[in-house]
Design a protein around this ligand. Structure first.
Ligand code: SAM
Length: 160
């Protein structure tokens, strides 16, 4: 009997990676510039709609986020991602260097190639990046961080 594997939907694939705590193998982290720091690049083409990476970190309440925001540096604050869930505001604090990929994906508000989506898995919210277009190999993965006044958006890098 032939054992043909059915392809998982992007959401089902995301859930598998969330539960296993693993990363997809087709990405690499590269130093871009002193201005931008590191970024995540794909080694293989990615199809529109595909799951890319989870934005991993610590799930905290809005109250805890406010507390941390006051003591964190600007650099650490850029790793706090807040979102709506269960009629409230929650936050993933990804400021800890844990080797995961999602936290290293840079912002692009003009032409991002991915979008952050919230998935609830086993009663807990998770943030995942999905491709919003076909992405060629060696391209930097980006998404729109949202409406905040991110300082780098008004600065022009001399090196990137
Ligand atoms: C969530 S981290 C992304 C990973 C970061 N590049 C690193 O090396 O740790 C957010 C930080 O990346 C930098 N960053 C993100 N998007 C950027 C952009 N479009 N231009 C310049 N810097 C950016 C900013 O320094 C920001 O504080």
């Amino acid at each position: 009997m032939s054992k043909r594997r059915t392809r998982l939907s992007p959401q089902a694939e995301a859930i598998q990676f969330i539960l296993s705590g693993r990363e997809k193998p087709c990405f690499k982290v590269k130093w871009i510039s002193d201005f931008k720091g590191r970024g995540v690049f794909t080694c293989t083409p990615i199809e529109k709609g595909s799951f890319v990476a989870e934005y991993r970190g610590e799930l905290i309440s809005q109250y805890e986020q406010d507390k941390r925001q006051k003591k964190y540096t600007d650099k650490q604050n850029a790793f706090l991602f807040d979102f709506e869930w269960n009629n409230g505001t929650w936050c993933i604090d990804a400021s800890r260097e844990d080797g995961s990929l999602g936290r290293l994906v840079n912002d692009c508000h003009k032409s991002p190639n991915c979008k952050m989506r919230r998935l609830t898995v086993q009663g807990t919210p998770h943030l995942c990046l999905f491709a919003i277009e076909n992405i060629q190999a060696e391209t930097e993965i980006t998404y729109d961080y949202g409406d905040s006044q991110w300082p780098w958006r008004n600065l022009v890098s001399k090196t990137s």
